[in-house]
Design a protein around this ligand. Sequence first.
Ligand code: GRE
Ligand code: ZN
Length: 329
Amino acid sequence: MRIVTLEEHISFPGMSAFLPPDLIQNRKPSSAALQMMTKLEDITGERLASMDKNGISMQVLSVENTDVNLLNGNEAAKFAAKYNDLIAERIKDHPERFAAFAHLPMTAPLAAADELERTVKTYGFRGAMIKGLINGEFLDAPKFAPVFERAEKLGVPIYIHPGIPPQSVMDAYYSNVGGKQGPYEAIACWGWGWHSETAIHVLRLLAAGIFDKYPNLKIIIGHMGEMLPMMWVRSERAFKPGAGGENQRTLADTFRQQLYITTSGFFTQPPLQLALDTIGVDNIMLSVDYPFSTNEMGIDFLNSIQLPADQVEKIAHGNADKLLGLGAK
Ligand code: GRE
Ligand code: ZN
């Protein structure tokens, strides 16, 4: 069976040569990312061998770090373009095995929209991944409109991934746990905080009326829907049209029409069942979150799904092929 996974990360540490030296010390890589740097940097070595071993046909790659947000204006645009050029160069000999989401200079939203268009048209990139807040701001801020507008026009999705929380959130919510000094990353990031942050991100887009403003815009989120399937009915009641937000449609209608989720980092049946019962089988796509989870975990999970074959095919590749325009032309 064809298998496509689409929350699969890369990072090129050599790119820090293009950051001003005084900014390099302001970078905040997670400890998990630092540990995985060798695997993040590799594309056609261990990564491709592991895809072969596990029967993964294609990975859609995305940049794990947010260094580009340290830069502004033209500097950010040049840095992102260099990153994307490098990704395109590194995958060009394997068009059947790798595709990519663009890395965008979101501190300069119009340049970000232009870079999205350039990478889609020049390299066939499949959309963009945006990691977390942009220097403290969620994407419903009006300044980011050009990116949504352009994505809708180009017919490519935006993947919203969690990012390192802003310092004020880190301090208030995730620090001094049990009297220990400093922040506790597992609560702030991959053990909880990240997932609630991305759920909040999508609910903010709903409440701000972004989905209604761009009715053909498609948003992807990972981690089995970032807790939204669990909260579905309660949130649906709270975010009814006319309940204070700008949204004109219900949460369920909006999300089933415009939100897609991946299974990244989730490998058990109960959360999948919740996702099937809420957003539905047409909006769920297999992903691993390589290298932070292993391809073996993803494939064992796929093999354990108890659904009719045509539905497993949708999750394994059909939905992604359709949404991203992959597969047979
Ligand atoms: C992720 O991309 O989801 C991720 C990281 C770093 C650590 C763990 C993790 O970027 O799941
Ligand atoms: Zn991820």
